[in-house]
Design a protein around this ligand. Structure first.
Ligand SMILES: Cc1ncc(COP(=O)(O)O)c(C=O)c1O
Length: 396
């Protein structure tokens, strides 16, 4: 029996279809295991973007002025269906960072107010929270939730224990960035609602990774990217705001339609290229062609298998239960201790790329080094086996 067949009991995941990578421009000599950072856009979606640009450039004023609502309406309808929300309750933004900034910069905090998040927060959002707090004398409380996490209750208990009478806003990730964990946002939103506390969900990775029901989740604010797991062109994201909160939330760029309602304000943020937003529909249609349930199941099963594969091969503890119950389509695995003899995470990441043609993020989090592997439909099991072996070689 080879050492590899000892590694995992779950069946080796099979691709949804042969050669799916041919739908992307991705360089096939690279094992691209970092869909999570910036996504990757299929060729047909990029072609659709060129077609939208051609159409707009042929009649710039007719398209961007008189037909803007009609064009954006089609894209919004497709997104609304994907995320289970009303088109009037969200607007397009360039990225989740922008969506979170729009909320944090619109709200007024006072001296002594507390903004709560966890140490799994994405660093850009941490900075946006700091900025909002610093301007008003408020404080950011970062709840430490160490790994491993045994169950979703651990996250709920840690966050709720930090809530006080001064908590004004909880910022919680749906799927965390450095640690790739599916957080129990439903329960956290309910617990906050019971205390009258607003929640901003950073769902940067959620659309396309989990079956989303933004309307029913009923957070105060939900922002997410479409350029990650929906595979829209870069610059495609949305901010959903619960109807009772909409009056107070404005885009980062205030323009003509201030005070005329969320949908209208966000539909015009100054002259800009709106084709990444328009292509949200093209991307949704392309991915829906594989069947969203199949895509999500494939990616999730692959991530669960990768967690078992790498933790066993490297002799490290899994960060979350091995049944995959706290994973979406990514998994973060602790690196063996002796990888730390490389000079930095960046140096190790570059070595994996230069020597082994593997693109994967190496992350320094909570005083330990981690690798975060993304699983998209174009990825195959052998690429993670290559990663496992490459790391073993780099520990020698
Ligand atoms: C949890 C989380 N939030 C926010 C972002 C920011 O996304 P963007 O750069 O598209 O704004 C990321 C990006 O990886 C993320 O992982």
């Amino acid at each position: 029996m080879s050492s590899r067949s000892l590694v995992v009991s779950q069946a080796r995941p099979q691709p949804l279809d042969e050669n799916l990578i041919s739908h992307w421009l991705l360089d096939r000599s690279i094992a691209f295991l970092n869909h999570g950072s910036y996504g990757a856009t299929p060729k047909v979606v990029l072609e659709a973007q060129t077609a939208w640009r051609t159409r707009i450039e042929a009649r710039p004023v007719e398209q961007l002025d008189r037909r803007r609502d009609e064009m954006l309406g089609g894209a919004k309808q497709a997104v609304a269906q994907l995320i289970n929300a009303e088109p009037k309750d969200f607007g397009f933004v360039t990225n989740a960072t922008g969506g979170a900034n729009a909320v944090l910069r619109s709200l007024q905090f006072g001296r002594g107010d507390e903004l709560v998040t966890t140490n799994h927060v994405y660093n850009a959002i941490r900075q946006a929270m700091r900025h909002a707090a610093d301007r008003s004398g408020a404080t950011v409380i970062e709840v430490k939730i160490p790994l491993p996490i045994a169950s979703p209750d651990v996250v709920v208990d840690a966050v709720t224990a930090a809530l006080t009478g001064r908590t004004r806003l909880v910022v919680i990730d749906h799927i965390t960035s450095p640690t790739a964990i599916l957080f129990p946002v439903e329960t956290i939103i309910e617990a906050c609602a019971a205390r009258g506390i607003d929640v901003l969900v950073d769902g940067a990775h959620a659309p396309g990774m989990v079956d989303l029901n933004v309307g029913q989740l009923n957070a105060s604010y939900y922002t997410a990217n479409l350029h990650k797991w929906v595979c829209a062109p870069k610059g495609s994201a949305f901010l959903w705001v619960r109807p009772d909160k909409q009056r107070d939330i404005h885009p980062n760029t205030i323009s003509h339609f201030l005070g005329e309602g969320l949908a209208k304000e966000f539909a015009w943020q100054g002259t800009r290229d709106i084709t990444a937003w328009l292509c949200a529909k093209d991307a949704i249609d392309f991915m829906a062609g594989f069947g969203w349930d199949r895509v999500r199941r494939h990616n999730h099963e692959l991530a669960t298998w990768v967690q078992a594969l790498l933790t066993r091969q490297w002799g490290v503890d899994p960060s979350t239960p091995l049944d995959g119950s706290m994973l979406g389509s990514m998994v973060t695995v602790g690196l063996p201790d002796n990888t730390r003899r490389h000079e930095s995470t960046a140096a190790l990441q570059t070595k994996l790329f230069d020597r082994f043609q593997i693109e994967v993020p190496i992350i320094d989090w909570d005083d330990r080094w981690w690798v975060r592997a993304s699983c998209q439909v174009y990825n195959t099991a052998d690429q993670y086996e290559r990663l496992g072996d490459a790391v073993v070689e780099l520990t020698r």
